[in-house]
Write a protein that binds this ligand. Structure first.
Ligand code: APR
Length: 308
């Protein structure tokens, strides 16, 4: 039997995630949105693209959570996107209520599912999903690090004029302007970035990576990024469904790793069929450790604002 993935929120990121997943053809897909007709219309359109690709998956959409029954993976993208000038944290109160409902409504129909969260503020919303569902933390995680890392890799490949395939970037920390792009562990064909790029170029890339989401928000004027966030989620879904044991930067629950407790935070983690199999601890420089601490403090501050 084919796997089933339900995506809650059929807006830009939800629909684009469905698009990338449909190309992979690894699961039947369900799109749910609060707006009447939106998820149904997008699902129908995407379904009608499948004969061109020769894919036999089923894609359904609607407003009713019954459609999601028996999902292997639930992706939560429902919520409000950022407007120019807004930080991800500004979305906290509005999105908390939307995400709480999405988590509880899906859990009723898919008690065995793995949850992947995309709604911002990401680390806080992922924590909320774990708390309100009561699921074991390894079954709930958030997408941020693959996106931040692919943004950084894009800038590095452009700067050096090398194939993106040679560039391996790792961005850890909270998904906010305090995120921590690693410059010694990130590498180009095995050579650390800080040995290839002059300091000022490296700093400029780090800064552009941190503000990468905001750059797109200001260009679009309405809404935020969705192609790269969508493929990043699709990659995580694939790692789970294919039990790949893929190590990727993920917002995962920490119990002492990196000296941090009881929060969701961007760290390298191994993903497989059961969710987060383990958190990997990288050797970090003192300044990276300090930067992670600052980023963690800002995530913890926002988690403290949540009401359960
Ligand atoms: N239940 C289901 N869907 C909902 C609900 C709800 N209670 N509330 C809002 N939605 C839907 C909206 O109708 C909309 O179609 O969520 C969708 C969000 O889509 P967009 O507005 O296009 O936003 P998007 O770019 O997808 O971003 C969603 O992901 O990356 C983050 O920061 C981003 O938090 C934002 C979220």
């Amino acid at each position: 039997m084919r796997a089933k993935v339900s995506i809650i929120g059929a807006g830009n990121t939800g629909a684009t995630t469905a698009h990338w997943l449909a190309e992979l053809a690894i699961a039947d897909l369900v799109l749910i949105d609060i707006v009447e007709g939106l998820a149904q219309g997008k699902a129908l359109d995407l379904q009608q693209a499948m004969p061109v690709l020769g894919r036999d998956i089923k894609i359904r959409g609607g407003t009713e959570y019954e459609l999601t029954a028996g999902s292997d993976v639930i992706v939560i993208t429902a919520g409000l996107p950022r407007k120019p000038g807004m930080s991800r944290d500004d979305l906290l109160a509005a999105n908390a209520e939307i995400v709480r409902q999405a988590a509880l409504n899906t859990l009723r129909y898919s008690p065995e599912a793995i949850y992947i969260v995309l709604t911002n503020p990401l680390d806080v919303m992922t924590y909320l999903v774990m708390k309100v569902t009561g699921l074991a933390p390894h079954r709930v995680f958030g997408q941020a690090g693959i996106l931040d890392s692919t943004r950084m890799a894009t800038f590095v490949a452009e700067e050096l004029g090398v194939s993106v395939e040679n560039v391996h970037c790792y961005v850890l920390g909270g998904h906010g302007d305090e995120m921590v792009p690693l410059t010694a562990i990130s590498n180009v064909a095995g050579v650390p970035l800080n040995q290839i790029l002059p300091q000022e170029k490296l700093e400029a890339i780090v800064e552009r990576t941190r503000k990468g989401g905001g750059e797109i928000v200001s260009l679009l004027k309405v809404g935020s990024a969705y192609y790269a966030p969508g493929i990043a989620v699709a990659k995580m879904v694939e790692a789970v469904l294919r039990d790949r044991h893929l190590i990727a930067p993920v917002s995962a629950y920490l119990r002492g790793e990196y000296g941090l407790h009881d929060l969701y935070f961007g760290v390298p983690a191994q993903l497989g069929r059961s969710g987060v199999e383990k958190v990997i601890e990288y050797p970090l420089t003192e300044s990276e450790k300090e930067a992670l601490k600052r980023s963690a403090a800002s995530v913890a501050e926002n988690i403290a604002k949540l009401k359960f």
